[in-house]
Design a protein around this ligand. Structure first.
Ligand code: IMP
Length: 834
């Protein structure tokens, strides 16, 4: 077992020089070549003359690591030297994707490396394809965390991402007869060159046990958590470089290791196999990412994952703090800000309380003051059923002391509420951190709001709905705590890297400042009407579409026309995101074409991709329906050159980077009031796709920026959605009865036209569409969606008009950079000047 962390006094000895040791200064092609050769030979044991793309990728990754680590050490020393306030971003998910291309770009090495590889006879684009995606997240929330890391590094913020190093990331999706089949994502099978093991950053994490109460020497009541079982948390760092600023920060991801004591107990009893078994069991904590997005699964292992990473993180935070300040907690809130990415890490609130009360001996009032000032909480959902709760029984069994602390936090909070609203028992019941229903549960969102000084939504509409709907009673009590931080995306990955053609055209036209100041894209506005610029703009789009067409041919076996309208919906499969609305439009469009109508419409290629949570039967059935409809349409000669429907399997970051630059139309069609923000919507618009969307999430703000005339907005807004839910006369059934086209489409599904005559297969979908209680209002928004899609067809035929709108979309996306988002977090929540 490695020794415990030692903070060795820094020694100042000169760094050795030589071909592999220092990349501080400028770097010649020759040095680069030598270093790649060195890694091939010494680390990988390959003859440099006989290496394949995979080995070259690894050798190159190790070369880039050399650059990163030098800059990381310097950056960290700088944080110490200037005694900077640290930001800890706690997230159960970091959807990183690939690192090589991004690091090369941010380090300013991309072209140089491409040139050196070419000399060696390799193609950098091909070599990059060898990298496995680090899919340590489900969707928006995890990718946001990864974009935040890029922006925090670029802005030079002393930030650390903390999470879990899952051995298996989000499952690999295959299609079998159009059904989703999940396979394990064994991304670490061959190791990853991007992580540094930190065996000396090793902390014990306790579970189970009981609370021992006693009076200390001064007669004070103290609590001790005893008879616990223990798992060790070992740090692995993944380094994140800023854009050409020499700043490198890290994500510290914890992996579970068996505690030595645990295996020794059984071992000493002579039961060797049980000893090994217990090792395996304790290491399962960091084995696998839970594959659910916006749906709750109350498993104990997930709860343990949450506490595991929080407990390790706080030991690390306190170690770093104490190194400078000892046990004087007077400067804690001046030096530390902790952001909770959703409630997944909210157990940090009672954990910090426990540390300050039980381990540091602080009073409740002092500890609570520190706690509230330290934490900020980001809420990511509007759907009450997606808010996280944990059964009190489970909580008690796994974290008995934390449950006591939650009860005490709640008792004090409810006293406050009762004083403000005397006699209002119902309110106390609603606001309590404990749901007193048949199964008692802890409401993590209530704990997070009360235990932090800031609760933010992720788009203006989302924050407004937090204040007026889901959290309105909390807003009444703590109006100053609620604030909005509209999400963004990093343009380094989502334009510069993913769309080099468009990035080059933009830079040639307006200069490269947009890479760190996205608002500079405004300068494109004056070119929006310029014919020759429009032609070049469309030519880049066409190239991207050709590339995607080749991918579709090879992955799905279908030939698609790059001149057709690429209509794209890629995101998690979820009823509220309404892939079903899209498929209903496709069926109706198909039936019109077959009847000889809509012959003037442009040819369309409708592209879907996305994973469904393995336990989410309805979402999985929607995947099957898309594939079934696609199969029927794609082999129908009557529409052969008019319509194609494609489902690309295994959606993830790297696939998104290929699909998004090729889209003409971006489908952002959730039921208004359900999507907190969306960030896919931003990536598409930034790459020149026009959006067809509802007034939901960040679409609303995109519309404010881009102008309604440059988007395709349809459907009910959030208020109309609420009103229609209460209107007995507007039901799905009335639409079905009154609109012949809608009826024909639904009936075709029912009749088994897309399921080889199987009339039972899609019954749950038809039932959902026609249900008077359909929460997603598919049929109630369908007619306006159809109207809007016809408008899309018309506009697409006007190539100059379309190009103009596409350019204006990109020009007006300046607000949606995570650089802006992070600046707002830093200045308004974390108290850091950027
Ligand atoms: P940590 O902040 O203790 O996790 O250490 C991260 C890195 O920061 C170390 O590897 C050192 O390079 C640097 N570092 C750690 N402690 C100090 C310090 O006291 N002064 C300057 N640099 C430090």
């Amino acid at each position: 077992m490695p020794s415990k962390e030692r903070d060795i006094p820094l020694r100042d000895h000169p760094a050795p020089t030589g071909p592999y040791c220092s990349f501080g200064g400028s770097l010649g092609d020759d040095d680069l070549l030598k270093t790649i050769h060195h890694h091939l030979l010494s680390f990988l044991g390959r003859d440099p003359m006989r290496a394949g793309n995979r080995e070259i990728y690894k050798a190159l990754a190790y070369t880039v690591r050399d650059f990163l680590i030098e800059r990381w050490v310097k950056t960290q020393k700088d944080f110490y030297a200037h005694n900077r306030k640290r930001v800890y971003y706690l997230s159960l998910e970091f959807l990183i994707g690939r690192s090589l291309g991004n690091s090369l770009i941010n380090l300013g090495l991309y072209d140089k490396v491409a040139g050196v590889l070419e000399q060696m006879g390799y193609d950098l684009d091909e070599v990059r394809e060898e990298e496995e995606d680090a899919a340590l997240g489900n969707g928006g929330l995890g990718r946001l965390a990864a974009c935040f890391m890029d922006s925090m590094a670029t802005l030079g913020i002393p930030a650390y991402g903390y999470g879990i190093r899952y051995e298996y990331g989000l499952f690999y999706q295959r299609l079998l007869d159009g059904f989703q089949v999940e396979h394990p994502d064994n991304w670490l099978r061959y190791g990853t060159p991007w992580e540094y093991d930190r065996p000396w950053n090793l902390y014990p994490v306790k579970f189970h046990g009981r609370v021992h109460r006693y009076h200390d020497a001064e007669g004070k009541l103290r609590h001790e958590w005893v008879d616990t079982s223990e798992v060790m948390a070992m740090a692995n760092d993944i380094l994140v470089p800023g854009f050409r600023n020499d700043s490198v920060i890290n994500m510290r991801l914890w992996s579970a290791k068996a505690s030595r004591e645990l295996d020794l107990i059984s071992f000493n009893r002579g039961d060797y196999v049980a000893a090994v078994q217990s090792v395996v069991e304790s290491e399962t904590i960091s084995k696998v990412l839970y594959p659910s997005d916006d749906i709750r699964e109350g498993q104990e292992l997930r709860f343990k994952q949450q506490y595991f990473f929080v407990a390790a993180t706080f030991q690390d935070i306190l170690r770093r703090y104490k190194k400078q300040h000892g046990t004087d907690f007077g400067r804690f809130t001046a030096e530390i800000a902790v952001q909770l990415n959703d409630t997944h890490p909210a157990i940090a609130i009672p954990e910090l309380m426990r540390l300050l009360l039980d381990e540091e001996g602080m009073t409740w009032e002092d500890a609570w003051g520190i706690c509230v000032q330290t934490f900020g909480y980001t809420n990511h959902t509007l759907m009450p059923e997606a808010l996280e709760t944990w059964a009190v029984d489970l909580f008690h069994r796994v974290l008995p002391r934390h449950l006591e602390i939650v009860y005490e936090i709640n008792r004090r909070f409810l006293e406050e509420v009762a004083a403000l609203y005397p006699g209002d028992e119902e309110r106390l019941r609603r606001m309590s951190m404990i749901d007193e229903g048949p199964v008692k549960k802890v409401r993590m969102a209530h704990l997070a709001i009360v235990g932090s000084h800031s609760t933010n939504g992720v788009a203006k509409l989302h924050t407004h709905l937090q204040k007026t709907r889901i959290f309105n009673e909390f807003y009444e009590i703590y109006p100053q705590r609620f604030n909005n931080k509209t999400n963004g995306v990093t343009q380094r990955r989502w334009l510069l890297k993913s769309n080099p053609g468009l990035a080059a055209l933009i830079t040639e036209s307006i200069g490269g400042d947009w890479v760190t100041k996205l608002e500079f894209l405004r300068n494109l506005e004056s070119l929006a009407g310029n014919r020759s610029f429009q032609r070049r703009w469309l030519a880049v789009k066409r190239q991207n579409k050709q590339r995607l067409a080749a991918l579709i041919k090879s992955d799905c076996g279908v030939a698609v026309d790059p001149d057709s309208l690429f209509d794209v919906q890629v995101k998690r499969m979820h009823e509220y995101k309404r892939q079903l609305l899209n498929i209903l439009h496709i069926i109706i469009h198909y039936q019109r074409l077959v009847r000889g109508e809509r012959q003037e419409a442009p040819a369309r290629t409708v592209v879907f991709a996305g994973k469904a949570a393995p336990s989410y039967a309805q979402a999985k059935l929607i995947i099957k329906l898309i594939n079934s409809v696609g199969e029927t349409i794609n082999r129908d000669p009557r529409v052969a050159d008019r319509l194609k429907v494609i489902f690309i399997p295994n959606y993830g970051v790297s696939l998104a980077e290929k699909i998004i630059p090729a889209a003409d139309l971006s489908e952002q069609i959730s039921t208004a009031g359900t999507e907190a923000s969306g960030t896919g919507n931003m990536k598409f618009a930034l790459n020149g796709a026009l959006t067809i969307g509802t007034m939901d999430g960040a679409n609303v703000e995109m519309c404010d920026e881009i102008g309604r005339e440059n988007m395709f907005i349809f459907g009910m807004d959030a208020d109309q959605v609420e009103a229609v839910r209460r209107d007995p006369l507007r039901t799905p059934e009335t639409v079905y009865q009154n609109n012949q086209e809608v009826r024909a489409a639904v009936d075709a599904i029912t009749a088994g036209e897309f399921s080889r005559g199987d009339t039972a297969l899609f019954t749950p979908i038809v039932r959902a569409l026609l249900s008077p209680d359909d929460p997603y209002l598919f049929l109630l928004d369908l007619e306006d969606y159809l109207r809007c899609q016809e408008e899309v067809d018309r506009e697409f035929l006007n190539r100059t008009g379309w190009a103009r709108k596409s350019i204006l979309n990109v020009a007006r996306m300046g607000k949606f950079s995570t650089d802006r988002t992070i600046r707002e977090y830093a200045e308004e929540i974390w108290g850091i000047k950027v």
